[in-house]
Structure formats: structure tokens, C-alpha cells
Design a protein around this ligand. Structure first.
Ligand code: PEP
Ligand code: MN
Length: 359
């Protein structure tokens, strides 16, 4: 259940409600006892199944309560049942860069592009300028890299963050980068316009809480765990929102399958399904989903046709010399074609006759 708090409720009425919530749920000073603001309302979400009927009635009758919404899915705040209109996420408004809205129905899909890893100043700045010229609106680049082998390139760390900030200053593109540890969230948030939670960390609950509470209120892109069900993924998003950060973008990046021909299996059906289940924007990463650069343009088009709000693509000026994920990286020249084609498809999807988006 979701309790919507009356705007004019006094602090005594609110305190009374909190005390009651703690009593009926058995929670005390937990992470979730503070109301959060979402869709213009102050709300508290609870698992109504854990409460008896009497407790539900008593809660809904509290003077601080405006109304109670029953949500039957395990995730509450991210569900369409709670919020019927699609959410959009504003990115880059706090930095000196060109802000971007992810999930806007009146704009073309958002293209995020850049190298898998920040490798050097020259590599990052040249890629940043090239992806901007190709039409990307947000720059990606990993400073902290989660690598399968401890002997692989692990990223430049803090130096990588400085380079991302410089690339933003040069191009005006907001930047997204991965954060892997709760104790680095505030540092990464000082440089990044979007905090990326990688596939391997989708259920790292202390990390989800830390990005949910980040003091700079940076939006979060939550990648799907490579063996996560859609419900587990939405519950991971719920952690972030329930911790106080409603600005979450979901990213489908492929799930593990039995077939090694592709790196992962791109679950495109999840895009329209997620649009039914949740109000959060959904983007697709065809680079990690396929692991093969020659498949990236086709799957980019397919993702937009499936209704994705954007794409995140790995781009490298010389993919064969990339320190990380070169096999799945496209060139800036190829990105230009992907931008053109995906904008065309998005236009068709929206049934608009005016082709003014198309360059
Ligand atoms: C990445 O975006 O470079 C990355 C590591 O992705 P994922 O977490 O999806 O594997
Ligand atoms: Mn990568």
C-alpha cells in the first residue's frame, strides 16, 4: 500500500502516523520511515500484505493521511498502479552543460555514447567531441570498471572522473559513469550527471541505498542484472526510489543465455512490458547485450521500435585498440548512422508526419 500524506498535515499528525507505522509494521527508525516526495506527493510505501485488515483501516483513518492506494505488486512506488503517467528524468541541470530529458514523449530518444572505459585524456576528449558531432546527447565513460578478471584494466579511478568533467566542459554533454562502492557515491556524484549501477551490482543493496540518498540528487541508471527477473529489477529500482530518489532510469543490457554466439541475450520484450508495469523510463544497451559491433546498429533500431526511451552505446575511435569491450564498440562514424536511423524510427513510432527531428 502507498500512503499519501496530506500536504497540510501538521508535524504532530505526521509524527503520530510515523509512530503508528512503526508499531504496525514492527519497524523502528528503519530506512523507509521517512516520507519521500514523488509525483508532487509526500508518500510512504508499505507491504500491505504484512498488515492485518484492522491495521490497514487504522492507518488509512489517520488525520495525516490524504488517501491510501493499494498496489498489489511487490514493487510499489515504481509501479504504474501508483503513477499512471510516464516519468521523465532531467539530467545535467546542475552542471554547466546542456540538460537532457530522458523519457520525454515529445523529444527524440536520448542517445548516450562513449567509450566503455576512460583510457586517457586524448582518447576521452576525442571520443567526446566525435560522439557529440554524431548527435549523442550524453557522454558515457567508465572510470571504475567492474572486470571479470583482476588482471584486466580496472579503469583510471578518480583521474577518470576528472577527465569526464573536462570532457563535459569541452562539449557541454552531461556525463554518466559507474559507481561500484557505497563509500564512493558522493565523490562520483560530484563529477557525474547520472550515476550508473552496473549489472553486477543490481542487487548490491547498500549501494542502491547510497545512490538513493545521494546528497547531490543525481539521477541513477540501473542496469539489469544479467540473471535478474523483471520483478527483481523493479524491486532494485524500488530500493532507490524508496530511499528518496525518484529519478531512476532502467537499462536493459541483455541477460545470460546458453548460447555463447552473442555475449548476452537482448530481452527486447522487456521494453514494452516494463512500460506496462512501471512509469520509469527504459533505455537499451545493445553493446553489452550483443557483444558484437556489427549487431549494434540493427539492435539499436529494434530497441527504438520496441519503445525504448533511449540507447547507451559503446563508441571508440579505434575499437580494435580499446582497453575494454572493443569487440562491441562502434566508431563515431557508425554512431552517426545509428542516430539518424533511430530518430527516423522514433518518428514513425510516434506516428508524426513532421520529420523535423531528422537531420
Ligand atoms: C558498462 O556499461 O561498461 C558495463 C560494465 O555494463 P554492465 O554493467 O551492463 O556489464
Ligand atoms: Mn563495457
Amino acid at each position: 500500500m502507498i500512503i499519501i500524506i496530506r500536504e497540510s498535515a501538521t508535524s504532530e499528525e505526521r509524527a503520530q502516523l510515523m509512530t503508528l507505522i512503526c508499531r504496525v509494521t514492527g519497524r523502528n527508525e528503519s530506512n523507509w520511515d521517512k516520507p519521500i516526495t514523488i509525483a508532487g506527493h509526500q508518500v510512504i510505501a508499505l507491504d500491505g500484505k504484512l498488515l492485518d485488515t484492522q491495521a490497514c483501516t487504522t492507518l488509512s483513518q489517520q488525520s495525516a493521511v490524504e488517501r491510501v492506494i493499494r498496489v498489489n505488486t511487490p514493487y510499489k512506488l515504481v509501479s504504474r498502479t501508483f503513477k499512471a503517467e510516464s516519468s521523465s528524468v532531467l539530467v545535467g541541470d546542475a552542471s554547466r552543460c546542456n540538460p537532457v530529458v530522458i523519457g520525454s514523449t515529445s523529444m527524440p530518444p536520448v542517445l548516450i555514447a562513449g567509450p566503455c572505459a576512460v583510457e586517457s585524456r586524448v582518447q576521452l576528449l576525442s571520443t567526446a567531441c566525435a560522439v557529440q558531432a554524431a548527435g549523442a546527447q550524453i557522454l558515457r565513460g567508465g572510470a571504475f570498471k567492474p572486470r571479470t578478471s583482476p588482471y584486466q584494466f580496472q579503469g583510471l579511478g578518480i583521474e577518470g572522473l576528472h577527465l569526464l568533467a573536462e570532457a563535459r566542459q569541452v562539449t557541454g554533454l552531461p556525463v554518466i559513469t559507474e559507481v561500484m562502492q557505497p563509500d564512493l557515491v558522493e565523490t562520483v556524484a560530484q563529477y557525474a550527471d547520472i550515476l550508473q549501477i552496473g549489472s553486477r551490482n543490481m542487487q548490491n543493496f547498500p549501494l542502491l541505498l547510497a545512490v538513493g540518498r545521494n546528497n547531490l540528487h543525481r539521477p541513477v541508471m540501473l542496469k539489469r542484472g544479467f540473471a535478474a527477473t523483471i520483478d527483481e529489477w523493479l524491486l532494485a529500482a524500488e530500493y532507490i526510489v524508496a530511499a528518496g530518489n525518484p529519478n531512476v532510469i532502467l537499462c536493459e543490457r541483455g541477460i545470460r543465455s546458453f548460447d555463447p554466439q552473442t555475449r548476452n541475450l537482448l530481452d527486447l520484450a522487456c521494453v514494452p512490458l516494463l512500460h506496462q508495469l512501471t512509469h520509469l523510463p527504459v533505455i537499451v544497451d545493445p553493446s553489452h547485450a550483443t557483444g558484437r559491433r556489427e549487431l549494434v546498429p540493427t539492435m539499436s533500431r529494434a530497441a527504438i521500435a520496441a519503445g525504448a526511451d533511449g540507447l547507451i552505446l559503446e563508441v571508440h575511435p579505434d575499437p580494435n585498440s580499446a582497453l575494454c569491450d572493443g569487440r562491441q564498440s562502434i566508431t563515431p562514424e557508425e554512431l552517426k548512422t545509428v542516430v539518424y536511423e533511430t530518430h527516423l524510427i522514433a518518428q514513425v513510432m510516434k506516428g508524426q508526419k513532421d520529420l523535423s527531428w531528422v537531420a
